[in-house]
Design a protein around this ligand. Sequence first.
Ligand code: F6P
Length: 412
Amino acid sequence: MQGKKKNVIVGQSGGPTAAINSSLVGVYKTAIDRGADRVYGMLFGIQGLLEGKYVDLSEHIKNDLDIEILKRTPSSFLGSCRYKLPEIEENREVYKKIFRILEELEIDSFFYIGGNDSMDTIKKLSDYGTEVHSPIRFMGVPKTIDNDLDVTDHTPGYGSAAKYIASITKEIIRDGLVYDLESITIIEIMGRNAGWLAGAAALSNCEDCEGPDMIFLPEMDFDIEKFIEKVRNLQKIKKSIVIAVSEGIHLADGRYICELTETIDQTDSFGHKILTGAARYLAAKVIKEVGCKTRAIEFNTLQRCASHIVSRVDITEAFQVGGAAVKAAFEGETGKMIILKRISDDPYICVTDIFDINKIANVEKKVPREWINESGDYVTQQFINYVKPLIQSELTPIMTNGLPRHLTLKDE
Ligand code: F6P
């Protein structure tokens, strides 16, 4: 239609990663290169948009240097939310409001960078759009350190977090060897109900490091008594023991180990429990039962914001999925998410494709049983072969006064 504006809007949602802003840049740059009039960024995701909060991104990303810095900036540049849209039939007013805002901004395409909860948002918006015959296209751009999105080979953000986890685990193992004394270190790694991130600790096993002694993933039930027994057995053969546990490890009855601590129950709007404290709980148990020097180290948010040691493969793919989403939307696609399809491990070749959002939203992809060893306390070589290509190559930070430089939103 002549005179029709080609404006786009992009938002970031869910937990941040060190690569999410590279996807934002991928959307922004590709949209501009393909003739978008304006690229808006919603502040704090769909929740912020509902409150009328958005910016014109070209007022904040001014030149190629800004683009390069933003690719290297951790956390979500636009801010994020964990906001669950109501079911359409339960509250049409919310959808009317969102579409009114989008129409006022003359939006042609809407992009949401996020994990499985965020894809629920894309699914609902595209369903509503179809119902009211809206011409606006809705595309999901995958992201999550948890790597638990279905269909896609992996998610941008995972490779950089895995690289950080493997690197820091290697350093912790070195540190544990410093005294000629017995010590036990339990490291806690994010990932919710999937063990993709915790398994990445195995990558620290290389020519100059033997890697952690055990890795426990949430795909398997966790038995505290057996765990203590395994620790005692390890003590018979070595002094310094390093064990990686996923934040989501749980007992056979479903209770998370971290729930056995006295932390207050906290849940987000999708009903997910905030998981923290498994390592702390197990360290206290080890001290009581085994009685040697024991530390709990929770990687916590460090593993998702360590932009000084990102994987170049990850940052590049994060950019590509953003660009691919714009290309697909401008070619008429809607209600889809960009996926990564691995062609081969070695040489590592991966391409983008598009997939129906209905089959991805709200599904959690777990580590397959055959990628965990028989005794359930380590990952297999297949797992390692899968992750290794994703942590390759570096993207050096742009340094100012000895520190990595970040791009931040300037106040209006
Ligand atoms: O979904 C990514 C993630 O980092 C999970 O690994 C973790 O359990 C959760 O987010 C933490 O949530 P929040 O950012 O709300 O603390």
